[in-house]
Design a protein around this ligand. Structure first.
Ligand code: FRU
Length: 518
């Protein structure tokens, strides 16, 4: 990504109106009646109160609180000088907005990175009783990029002794200077049990570098990976690396390491996407015999996702940015732009005899209190539902037999079509007639992913939220995430099987999901 080329603001008016709103939990310009009610505003996903957001950063759990930092430009709804926005959650369903954590300084904009809790006080920034939360991020020096230099991305750190509320930038920054590599960024740091030290993953253009440190300040490079493996249609970004047990087996020899690498452009459906590699990590070097890329999500809108450090139950909890650099800055929202995916736990499962990364959304509502509607499935060929809650709901069913088509429509006649084709073994999403689509040519493109249908019963779990669809097939073995922008919410859903085969749906349920913001 050439950061110089990101287009300037088109929304000067909004900038003036909303510039007073930055940095407060509920911006002044948002009255109770407008807060999170704008057109297309997700109601149970995280989105910033106002202005531009991209990647999730610094995902860390500490003392009962999940922290979500994010790439944030608090003066416009397009990308600009990057800050770290901040929000917290105790249940991963509801979020509290916090003051901006990190601001650009003389070393540059604050690009993506991670956060750790320094429990053993290896930095000396805190104490063992009150360990520092340390953010490790990339500095992007715009003056350097503009001057045509290649060394404008360096790594810096900052720490907080009050659970992320206020931050001190380390005075010795940068802690890793630039060796002359243009794209040198997005440090993911974690405590490495094997070496009893810190490990940093850093992307360097077309490959990954692994660095080690005893104190988060002095770093030394240990290995590199990937120059000739996986997808290379664009720059590598936002790495992550973690162990998972295959099929949940407890045995240590069933443990594999999964490396996430986001890439832009070069994703199968165009623009941004996140590939993964399954391999081994000896504490310093990652190896994998995988040469072809695998993708965490077959949709267009799940990018730069990474996982939490220090989850209380050891689960591998993932959040992605629900957009794509092809059109992220042009989507038809006002006052705010972009949302995160639902939080998902990642698992390694055997699918068609090979290990595959599987994503399962965290439960978003309490089944006991949810007002689930169960629909009688007709004997004829089509199930048709009209319900004003469809556009903000969870939809679940399983079916026997062949392929299945879902059409979400609104009273404007706009349609979002999802098809699962058992013969072709594909899942596709057509959003060419889904509403506002003309803001960028490529938004209309069909998206398609491969799918391994199960013999007999297959199962669909879909989350609709104002302007996003997240599709989880067969327990998350196939996942497709995409945005859409209808003029009016979709209130009708028809489900059919192509050809003349009768519909063989079982247990169809639709559960409205209440807003987490109001
Ligand atoms: C990914 C990315 C990162 C970079 C950040 C800048 O979307 O390009 O590589 O750190 O966004 O905002």
């Amino acid at each position: 990504m050439n950061f110089l080329l990101r287009p300037p603001s088109l929304f000067v008016f909004l900038l003036i109106v909303l510039s007073a709103c930055k940095n407060t939990p509920k911006p002044d310009s948002m009255t109770e009646t407008t807060y999170y009610t704008e057109a297309h505003r997700p109601q149970y996903h995280f989105s910033p109160p106002t202005h531009w957001m991209n990647d999730p950063n610094g995902l860390v759990y500490h003392k009962g609180v999940y922290h979500l930092f994010y790439q944030y430009y608090p003066e416009d709804i397009v990308w600009g000088p990057m800050h770290w926005g901040h929000a917290t959650s105790t249940d991963m369903k509801h979020w509290e907005h916090k003051p901006i954590a990190l601001f650009p300084d003389e070393n540059g904009y604050i690009f993506s990175g991670s956060a750790v809790v320094d429990h053993q006080n290896t930095t000396g920034f805190g104490t063992e009783e009150n360990p520092a939360m340390v953010a490790i991020f990339t500095y992007h020096l715009m003056e350097g990029e503009k001057a045509g230099r290649t060394d404008y991305q360096t790594q810096g750190i900052a720490y907080s002794l009050d659970h992320g509320d206020s931050w001190t930038v380390y005075e010795g920054n940068p802690v890793i200077g630039n060796p002359g590599i243009k794209d040198f960024r997005d440090p993911k740091v974690f405590w490495n049990e094997q070496t009893q030290a810190w490990t940093m993953l850093l992307v360097a253009g077309d490959h990954l570098q692994i660095w080690g440190s005893n104190n988060l300040i002095d770093w030394e490079q240990q290995s590199e990976f990937g120059k000739n493996q996986g997808a290379h249609g664009g720059v590598w970004e936002c790495p992550d690396l973690f162990p998972l047990s295959l099929d949940g087996a407890g045995a240590a020899d069933a443990q594999k390491w999964v490396l996430l690498i986001s890439i832009n452009p070069g994703a199968p459906n165009g623009g941004s996407g996140t590939q993964y590699f399954i391999g081994d990590f000896d504490g310093k070097t990652f190896t994998s015999d995988q040469t072809e890329p695998l993708w965490i999500d077959g949709g267009t809108d799940n990018y730069a996702g990474v996982t939490y450090n220090d989850t209380p139950d050891g689960s591998r909890l993932f959040i992605g940015w629900m957009s794509n650099w092809n059109y992220a800055q042009l989507t038809p929202t006002q006052a705010w732009r972009s949302a995160m995916t639902l939080p998902r736990t990642l698992h390694l499962e055997t699918v068609a005899a090979s290990p595959r990364l599987v994503s399962k959304p965290l439960p978003i509502h309490n089944p006991a209190s949810a007002s689930t509607s169960t629909y009688e499935v007709p004997v004829e060929d089509i199930l048709s539902i009209s319900n004003k809650d469809i556009n903000q709901s969870q939809i679940r069913f399983d079916w026997d037999g062949a392929s299945v088509n879902l059409d979400f429509t609104n009273e404007e006649g706009q349609v979002l079509s999802l098809s699962l084709d058992k013969e072709e073994q594909t899942i596709s999403l057509d959003r060419s007639q889904s509403g506002y689509v003309g803001f960028e040519e490529r938004f209309k493109n069909d998206q398609q992913m491969s799918w391994t249908p199960l013999e007999g019963k297959n199962e669909l779990n879909i989350y609709m939220d104002a302007s996003s669809i997240e599709v989880f097939v067969n327990g998350g073995q196939s996942v497709l995430t995409a945005q859409f922008f209808p003029l009016k919410p979709y209130e009708n859903l028809t489900i059919s099987q192509p050809g003349n085969s009768p519909l063989k749906l079982n247990s169809f349920e639709m559960t409205p999901i209440p807003s987490i913001w109001r």
